[in-house]
Write a protein that binds this ligand. Sequence first.
Ligand code: PLP
Length: 404
Amino acid sequence: MAENEHYLDQSATTKPSESALRAMNAAAWGNPSSVHRIGAEAAAQLKAARAAVGATLGMPRITRDRLIFTSCGTESNNIALLGAAAAKKRDPERPGTVILSDGEHPSLENPARQLEERQGYRVFRVPTPRGVPDLDALKEALGRAKEDGFPVIFAGFMLVNNETGAVYDVRSTASLVRRAFPDAVIHCDAVQGYLKLKKNRFSPLALGVDTMTLSAHKIHAVRGAGALYLSENVIRRKNIVPVMPGGGQEGGFRSGTENLPAIASFAAAAEEGFSDLDSRCEKTASLRAVLDRGIARLSETYPGLGLNTPAGESLPNIASVRLPGIRSETMLNFLSGKGIYVSAGSACSAASKKKSAALLAFGLRDDEADSVIRVSMDHTNTEADIAAFLSGLEEGLNGLQRKK
Ligand code: PLP
């Protein structure tokens, strides 16, 4: 990236770190399943990578049936949900209930919709007004599932919403579901919270979840690797089964020769991020304070400009900025022309041009959701990036055509 460019789209993807690239290049090329020396070298690296990622979750001795490497966060979410649905023989009349927050990423929401539309599952989406899961609505859904004999087989709540930065209270939602349906798989998509929140905040044990999704390219590793954590309980009770049969790699849950270069890069970035976590959090929080002050200052001149601030806890890395009457896409393109890179809602919703479901779930009206940009930063950003963004934003607010 050139010096006069400013990347503020860290929640879409991140630039691989030097150590992540070194680890990728140093990865053994052998097949970890081969029994000869070349394969054994790759198997040893795979084992070390698993231990490194496991250590960041508080489990350095984790085995390959408990932390499986996948290709990305999307794949991990699909394996968890579809694997839970396929685990037991279900009553075709009442196969079960899936509970999700209404702000989940499409990689969980869309497979859930498939189960709903094609296999008769009930899907209950817990409202998250201003980024706070409605626990009363969750309790009601649990009660209804019991009454109607539609047992909850899976409940998924993300740790941090990718568009608003809202931190969901996963501990509380998990414990409510666990008490009502001890056999349900309780899942957490931790893609945006992993190595962004403080250490024990993304540990599956501390959160009380059975499965957890991670994605390497959000933490300064190369693309092509993700992970799915599975609790001992889920494995023992066979509450998830593999949905992609094949050679049986990764404890049978994710067949296919492991992408060791990406996995090694993931492990290196995870180790680096974990050891540096406190200072990364501090740096990001201080950049966020600069951004917030700038937005507050500009909003005096441009009424209607503001932040979609979650009512509960939020992650400083993600700022959802409301624009006064200017389309997200218009501002995005204007800023991009100046070498300032942000996104509209999330990168995926920007590409599909659909209204962001997460912003509507947050409580924005259709027209409001159309005028939001997401600024996402991390420790690799500088105050110069924030200053460039604020000045580009001001210029855009001055000069861009308001929508009718
Ligand atoms: N879950 C969340 C919350 C995300 O933000 C993303 C990506 O933006 C994903 C899942 C999907 O991850 P991947 O891009 O690795 O498939």
